[in-house]
Write a protein that binds this ligand. Structure first.
Ligand code: GLY
Length: 374
C-alpha cells in the first residue's frame, strides 16, 4: 500500500473513475476486437494479425479493471480476447519471445484469478515456447525467428515473469533458472555503466560473446531508447521481486536513476530517446517506467523511497495532464506513444494499447490493488 498525501489520493481516485468510465464503455464497444491503436477515435482491430506481440495488453487492461471493480463486463471481454488469441498459439513459427506480453497478462491472470484448466494450458504452452528459445551455450533467450539466432533485446526482461510464475505453478524451478540465466546475461550485454541500456545485441550463439551492438527502435546503437530503458527498469525490479537477488534491484535502480535524471528537465515526460537530437516525447515509456518506479519504491529502504515514488507520481500527473484523452469520442486514453524512432512521420505520436495498459496499471497500483500482474 502506498502512502499518498490527500491531494494525490484525490487525483488517483478521480483518474481511476475516469478509467472506469471510458473502459467500461470500450469493453463493450470493442468486445470483438483486440485494439492496438485508434483510427478517427475508434479502436482498430489487431486481431486481424493475431500473433502481434501487443495482443495481450487489451485483455490485460480488462483484467486490471476487473480486479479493481469486479464489473463482469471486463471479465467477459478479457476472456473473449484470450479465446481469440488461441489462433496465435497455434502458429508457433510466428511467435517470438513476446509470448510473455501476450499470455502472462491474459490467460495467466485468468488462471490466477479463477483457476481454469484452459487458461492454465495456454499459459503453460506460452511459457514452454519461451523456455524453448533459450540457448544453453550462450545463456540467452533469442528474440526473433529465422537467421537472427543470436539477437537479444532488452524488452525480453518483461517476458521473464511468465517463466518465474510457471515454475511456481508446477513446483519445478527449471523455468525460473532459464529466466535467471537470461537476466544475468543481459546485465553483461545490455546495461551500460551509466545506467543507460542497449536495445539489440547480437551474440555468438556458440559462446554468448557479443558480436555486434545493433541499432533498434531508438536513434542508434549507442543511444538510449526510452521505452527500452523503461523495460529494463520494470523488468529488473520484477526479476528482483521473483528471485530476491539484490543485483537485480541494484540494476533496476541504476537504470531508474538514469531515467529520472533524463526526465527532470523535460517536465517528467520522457523523450523518445535520451541520447538523440529528438525532443519528441514517447508517453508509453513514461507509463511503463512509472510502474517500475512504483515497484522499486516498495523494495528500497525508507530513505530511498521518495525519490522513486515521487518521480513516478510526477510522470503520471504530467502524462495525464498533457496526453490523456477522456472524451467519449476517442476510444484510446494515452496519446502520443511512439513505436520507434520516426522512420515514418505518419506513425509519429499515436495512441498505443500498451500506453493505456501501463498507465492504467500504475493507477491500479496507486489505488492499492496489490495483485502484481507480472
Ligand atoms: N519491441 C517492443 C517495443 O516496441 O517496445
Amino acid at each position: 500500500m502506498y502512502n499518498l498525501n490527500d491531494e494525490t489520493k484525490k487525483w488517483v481516485d478521480e483518474i481511476w473513475e475516469k478509467l472506469d468510465t471510458k473502459l467500461s464503455r470500450t469493453a463493450v464497444s470493442s468486445y470483438d476486437k483486440i485494439p492496438y491503436t485508434t483510427i478517427d477515435g475508434v479502436h482498430d482491430n489487431a486481431a486481424e494479425i493475431i500473433y502481434r506481440w501487443t495482443n495481450g495488453f487489451w485483455p490485460g487492461l480488462m483484467w486490471l479493471m476487473y480486479v479493481g471493480t469486479k464489473n463482469e463486463v471486463y471479465k467477459k471481454t478479457a476472456e473473449h480476447a484470450e479465446e481469440m488469441l488461441d489462433a496465435a498459439l497455434a502458429m508457433p513459427d510466428k511467435l517470438s519471445h513476446d509470448v510473455g506480453f501476450m499470455w502472462h497478462i491474459s490467460s495467466g491472470i485468468n488462471h490466477r484469478l479463477f483457476g481454469g484448466e484452459k487458461s492454465k494450458a495456454r499459459t503453460t504452452l506460452a511459457a514452454t515456447h519461451l523456455a524453448s528459445r533459450f540457448n544453453i551455450r550462450g545463456n540467452y533467450i533469442r528474440v526473433w525467428n529465422g537467421d537472427r539466432v543470436g539477437q537479444v533485446i532488452i524488452d525480453c526482461m518483461m517476458n521473464l515473469p511468465l517463466l518465474y510464475r510457471e515454475s511456481e505453478l508446477i513446483g519445478d524451478k527449471r523455468f525460473y533458472y532459464i529466466a535467471e540465466a537470461h537476466a544475468d546475461k543481459t546485465i553483461q550485454t545490455h546495461i551500460r555503466p551509466d545506467g543507460s541500456v542497449r536495445h539489440i545485441v547480437d551474440l555468438d550463439p556458440a559462446t554468448g560473446e557479443i558480436k555486434e551492438v545493433l541499432g533498434g527502435q531508438g536513434y542508434s546503437a549507442d543511444s538510449a531508447w526510452s521505452r527500452g530503458q523503461a523495460w529494463a527498469v520494470y523488468g529488473y525490479v520484477l526479476s528482483y521481486i521473483h528471485t530476491g537477488k539484490q543485483e537485480y534491484l541494484d540494476v533496476a535502480k541504476r537504470v531508474a536513476n538514469y531515467f529520472i535524471a533524463n526526465v527532470c528537465d523535460t517536465g517528467y515526460i520522457p523523450r523518445v530517446d535520451f541520447k538523440s537530437p529528438c525532443t519528441e516525447p514517447d508517453t508509453t515509456a513514461g507509463a511503463a517506467a512509472a510502474c517500475g518506479l512504483l515497484e522499486i519504491s516498495k523494495c528500497v529502504p525508507d530513505d530511498e523511497k521518495p525519490m522513486y515514488f515521487n518521480a513516478a507520481i510526477r510522470m503520471l500527473k504530467a502524462l495525464e495532464e498533457k496526453y490523456c484523452d477522456w472524451s467519449d469520442t476517442e476510444d484510446s486514453i494515452l496519446q502520443y506513444g511512439v513505436e520507434r524512432y520516426f522512420p515514418d512521420e505518419r506513425r509519429k505520436g499515436l495512441p498505443i494499447i500498451y500506453g493505456d495498459y501501463y498507465f492504467a496499471e500504475a493507477i491500479y497500483k496507486l489505488k492499492g490493488f496489490d495483485m502484481l500482474f507480472w
